[in-house]
Every structure is written in structure tokens, then in C-alpha cells.
Design a protein around this ligand. Structure first.
Ligand code: GZL
Length: 350
């Protein structure tokens, strides 16, 4: 609820109001401002019970959220988690879908600053190019929370916390499964890799973690690696090209289920059996990926949990109230083989 022509924001335990009173004498202006404040539940204290997700003055907190896009099953689940959790927390959500374009995210963040939202959260589509707009939010005293993906800014005062997975560890888990699955084998194992969006934290880190882990076995060789932009169509198109160029592919490592599912279409169209002729490792563990795993078309999935909404809303309330929060909040996640996928599918939320 907003009072009159001003918004009340909380940051660092201080209440800041911005009123648009007509030009009055200083005393009269102060008196008028005091009246306006009183009508809006007083200053910082804001007596009386507050609704969940409300500021100390009793009005609902407003969160500006810039989402990457709707490129994958994971993203759809992540968006639903954020929207549902905001509703449950009584937080007013201004949601923006950037269609995987950084310039759209920057525009959205500037719009949130203009709207004087209480908190800004976003999943940066790529790691670089955020310092300027994050400095604008800092100067406007609006706290920023990174969710899902990280930025490469060296100035960590530009955001309050980063809530998301450890993508390097996800790559390591994928590589470790392959090292164990090929242990004792002889001869080269030819791997092709479908990378996520170029320049994005998950693509950079999942490639790094996988490469450092498979280095244990010199027979494991990545013979081709290219972005499929986290989409099914991207995975299918790149896998079609890989199959034309490399008749001897043994393993596919895809940075997400959607590209792996697209690749399966290409593998089957080429007359090969996914999961048998070409072993497949993916990341995410969304329902469609888990079904392919249960069916034996994918061999191993490293989970990347998209259900960040509830944790995000807790962090929003804390930073809006000026409370300290950890610089990094890592999401809990696991791995699945075929048996585990069959057991998990009936109750899978996403
Ligand atoms: C990972 C997330 C990635 C998913 C993809 O946290 O950013 O983006 O792995 C999604 O499915 O497109």
C-alpha cells in the first residue's frame, strides 16, 4: 500500500521517504511531511502488527525481479517458484522476462530503480557487463540479490548475496560419474560437449568442473564443444553437426537436460541408440530429463535445483529490513542414475 505521492523504503534499518510536496517554506514542508508520515504509519518504528512480507510501516514490500527468459524446463520451474513464493510471502512482485538478452535485463533493473522498489533480484544471463547498472542501484540505496547465476564484478558491495548452485561442483559430479563408468576401460573415449549460453556462469563453470575432473583419465577426450544456448532446438542442431563430423562419438555431456533431449532427437534420427551407442550425461533433473533417464536414453543427471523462491523471499525480507545476510547461499542438490530417477519421478515437483 502506498501513501499519497511518496514511497516508503526500508534499507539498513533506516526509513527513507521521498515526497513530492509543492514548494513550501521549510517549516511548513517539515510539518506537512510529518503529517504525511503519520498518516502512513509513522517513521521507522511503524507500530502494530505487520503482514508477512511487509515493511515495518505495514505496507507490502515490492521486489523487482528480472528473469533470464523461458529457454528451458528449468527456467519455467524457477519462474514458478519465484512467483509462488512471492505470493505466499505477501511480497509484491514486479516480474520481467528478458528473453535471454542482457540489454533487456539492464532496462528492467533501471525501471525497478525508477519505481523505487524495495529490493531488486535477478538471474544474470551472462557474467559480465553489470557494474554500471548495479552501481546505479547502489546509489539509489536499493539492495540487489543475485539468484541462480553469478556476475564477475570484483566489487561485491554491488549486491547483498548470491543464491544459487555451485556450477563447478555440478561439472565435477558429471565428470566423476564418467571417470568411474569408464574405469578399467581401454582406448580413447570420444566426448562431445553441448555448452550452455556463451558467457553465462553455468556454462563457464560446468565446463571447468567437468574438464578438471576427466583429466584424471587421459583416455577421456573432448573432441568437440559448442554452445546450444540451453535450448532443445540448439541441442538438436549442434548434435546433428557433431554427428556429421564425428562418426565415433562415445559420450555426450550436455550442460542442461533440454539440450540433451534435443540431442537425443538427432542421435535417433542418425540411427543410433541414445544411452547405449552414445552415453549421455546432463544437468538439471527436470521431469522430461528424468523420464529420459528412467527410459535409459540418458545415463546420468546432475541435479540443479530451480526451486529458489522460498529462500529468495526470506533473503528479500532480511535485506529490506537491513539485516545481515551471508554473501553466498549455495542450494542443496543431488544426482540421479536410472534407478533413482524411476524412484523420484512420481513425486517430482518440476
Ligand atoms: C542453472 C540455470 C541454467 C539451467 C538451464 O542455474 O541458470 O539455465 O541449467 C537454464 O536449464 O536454462
Amino acid at each position: 500500500m502506498r501513501c499519497g505521492s511518496h514511497r516508503r523504503r526500508r534499507l539498513g534499518g533506516t526509513v527513507r521517504t521521498r515526497t513530492t510536496l509543492p514548494a513550501l517554506g521549510k517549516l511548513a514542508a517539515l510539518a506537512a511531511a510529518a503529517l504525511v508520515l503519520a498518516a502512513c504509519g509513522g517513521g521507522g518504528g511503524g507500530g502494530g502488527a505487520t503482514a508477512p512480507g511487509a515493511g515495518a510501516g505495514g505496507e507490502a514490500l515490492t521486489l523487482g525481479f528480472s528473469q533470464v527468459g523461458a529457454e528451458s524446463g528449468w527456467r519455467t520451474a524457477n519462474t514458478k517458484s519465484v512467483q509462488d513464493a512471492a505470493g505466499a510471502a505477501g511480497i509484491e512482485l514486479q516480474f520481467s522476462d528478458a528473453q535471454q538478452k542482457q540489454e533487456n535485463q539492464i532496462k528492467a533493473i533501471r525501471s525497478f530503480i525508477q519505481q523505487r522498489v524495495d529490493v531488486i533480484a535477478f538471474s544474470p544471463v551472462v557474467e559480465s557487463g553489470w557494474d554500471t547498472v548495479l552501481m546505479e542501484a547502489k546509489r539509489a540505496n536499493i539492495p540487489v540479490i543475485l539468484t541462480d547465476r553469478a556476475v564477475d564484478s570484483t566489487d561485491t558491495t554491488l549486491y547483498k548475496t548470491f543464491l544459487g548452485s555451485d556450477f563447478v561442483e555440478e561439472g565435477r559430479k558429471a565428470g566423476q560419474w564418467l571417470v568411474e563408468d569408464t574405469a578399467g576401460g581401454s582406448g580413447p573415449v570420444n566426448i562431445v560437449e553441448l555448452q550452455g549460453t556463451t558467457g553465462s556462469a553455468p556454462a563457464i563453470d560446468r565446463q571447468e568442473g567437468f574438464a578438471e575432473t576427466i583429466a584424471q583419465n587421459p583416455d577421456l577426450k573432448v573432441i568437440a564443444s559448442q554452445t546450444g544456448d540451453f535450448t532443445r532446438s540448439g541441442g538438436r542442431q549442434v548434435m546433428e553437426a557433431f554427428l556429421k563430423t564425428h562418426p565415433d562419438i562415445d559420450v555426450l555431456y550436455a550442460h542442461n537436460d533440454d539440450m540433451g533431449l534435443g540431442a537425443i532427437e538427432a542421435i535417433e534420427a542418425a540411427g543410433k541408440v541414445p544411452g547405449t551407442d552414445i552415453k549421455i550425461i546432463t544437468v538439471d533433473a527436470v521431469k522430461d530429463g528424468m523420464q529420459a533417464l528412467a527410459d535409459g536414453k540418458i545415463n546420468y543427471i546432475v541435479e540443479c535445483n530451480p526451486l529458489l523462491g522460498p529462500q529468495l523471499m526470506d533473503l528479500v525480507k532480511k535485506v529490506a529490513a537491513g539485516e545481515e545476510v551471508p554473501q553466498r547461499v549455495v542450494t542443496e542438490e543431488t544426482t540421479f542414475d536410472t534407478a533413482a530417477a524411476k524412484a523420484a519421478l512420481p513425486s517430482r515437483q518440476y
